[in-house]
Design a protein around this ligand. Structure first.
Ligand code: NDP
Length: 397
């Protein structure tokens, strides 16, 4: 059906490459391009399909990207590099007439600030070019938005309360490691918390609000209120929402390490002078932390991510919980990567599949919940992320 170009050969890029290769009826030609070509070649070797092309590209450079797009002529680009590259890749797509999909909203390198405004500003240009851009198509953001759209379509007249709950109950047997790019991960977690209530955004101190939530097949885990980017688009696209929050579990050991990292200045994102060089402490820290791509082999346990929703159907209040549990070991056996990369890469592949099948093809810039959730939900069950529903249970929230 179409050619796909994957940009980024990290944990998520590796899973995307495996999954597109498993669906050759949709993805007829595949290329993986990244800053380090040898990493792309290693992914291709692991998949064992010599027809997958690889290339070196600096995704901060629009002209380099445009030259690559003109050479390969992809139908869609799956951007699983870093959020810093979103805008340059979108620019290159506009220059060369290529459609776009990503899993994380643009962040400037010098401020850890999460909002869609920079990417939503491209809406008119994508519309005029007749191109589709699909934003935030990982698990959260991504499946969290599709779950919400599915609940709104099938189970509620009015969604009023939305809590996205993200539990990683896995154990990688390292003293401290992050499950995806450490720089992006630590920037996200050390921010102030924020949630939406009655038309206003309420700001909290970082990790100030927390409570035990019970996760299926896992049990109770301390869950912390964080700001997460999909809250912004979901309250806009579902205006009946009175309150929207995002919760993520952290163990005490992880939080102690994080506090020390911050206290000693290693989470700083401003450049400092070191022996005549400028270095960013958080980028240096990334270089010495375990690589998230290497965590899979000894990773036990599972992730559990879902949406807990309360709202009205036929004038009556109902609750609804929809979730997926993903085993780190099963993900590793299939793709060589742990569950967090897997739960992000599979939905990115499905989003591109939705586009190439013409089901999610609409000129402009869109968040996932603005498309029909049904064909995407069907694929989640087929592609390794089956979902489960609980009707009128206790949401604990
Ligand atoms: P990694 O750091 O493992 O991989 C990032 C890849 O991008 C690396 O291969 C890196 O190259 C490449 N890259 C970085 N900068 C450039 C550049 N300028 N030009 C070309 N390639 C570049 O990250 P992850 O795989 O863990 O995460 C990928 C993305 O997925 C991130 O944006 C992250 O925020 C997002 N994500 C989304 C989630 C969701 O549920 N929505 C959850 C988890 C992650 P090199 O190898 O040379 O460093």
């Amino acid at each position: 059906m179409g050619k796909v170009l994957i940009i980024g050969a990290g944990g998520v890029g590796t899973v995307v490459a495996h999954k597109v290769a498993q669906n050759p009826d949709v993805f007829t030609e595949i290329m993986i391009a990244s800053r380090t070509k040898s990493k792309c070649d290693a992914v291709v070797k692991a998949i064992g399909n010599p027809n997958i092309r690889t290339a070196q590209v600096d995704a901060d450079n629009v002209d380099e990207l445009a030259a690559l797009f003109n050479d390969f002529k992809p139908g869609i680009v799956i951007n699983v590099a870093l959020p810093y590259q979103d805008l340059t890749i979108m620019e290159a797509c506009l220059k060369t007439g290529v459609n776009y999909l990503d899993t994380a909203n643009y962040e400037p390198k010098d401020v850890a600030h999460f909002e869609y405004s920079w990417q939503w500003a491209y809406k008119q240009r994508f519309e005029e070019a007749g191109l589709t851009a699909i934003l935030g198509c990982g698990f959260d953001p991504g499946v969290s938005g599709v779950y919400t759209a599915y609940a709104a379509k099938h189970h509620f007249d009015e969604i009023q309360y939305l809590d996205i709950v993200d539990c990683n109950a896995g154990n990688h047997h390292k003293a401290f490691a992050t499950n995806f790019n450490p720089e992006i991960n630590i920037r996200e977690i050390t921010q102030n918390g924020r949630y939406y209530e009655n038309g206003q955004w309420v700001t909290t101190q970082p990790l100030e609000i927390h409570k035990d939530l019970t996760y299926p097949n896992i049990g109770p885990r301390d869950s912390y209120l964080l700001y997460h980017e999909e809250l912004e688009s979901l309250v806009k696209n579902f205006p009946t929402i009175k309150r929207a929050r995002f919760w993520m579990t952290f163990g005490q050991e992880y939080l102690t390490h994080l506090r020390v990292i911050q206290d000693i200045g290693m989470a700083r994102i401003d450049p400092i002078d070191y022996q005549g060089m400028k270095i960013v402490p958080l980028q240096f820290l990334k270089a010495v932390l375990p690589n998230p791509q290497d965590l899979g082999e000894n990773y036990e346990g599972e992730t559990s991510i879902g949406c807990r929703i309360r709202g009205l159907k036929d004038g009556k209040e109902h609750t609804y919980y929809i979730y997926n549990n993903c085993s780190h070991q099963a993900a590793y056996k299939e793709t060589g990567m742990q569950g967090v990369s897997y739960t992000t890469g599979v939905p990115a592949m499905i989003g591109a599949m939705m586009f190439l099948k013409g089901l999610w093809k609409r000129p402009g810039v869109w968040n996932v919940e603005e498309f029909d959730p049904d064909p995407f939900m069907e694929q989640l069950n087929k592609q390794g992320l089956p979902w489960h529903e609980v009707f009128d249970g206790d949401l604990e929230l």
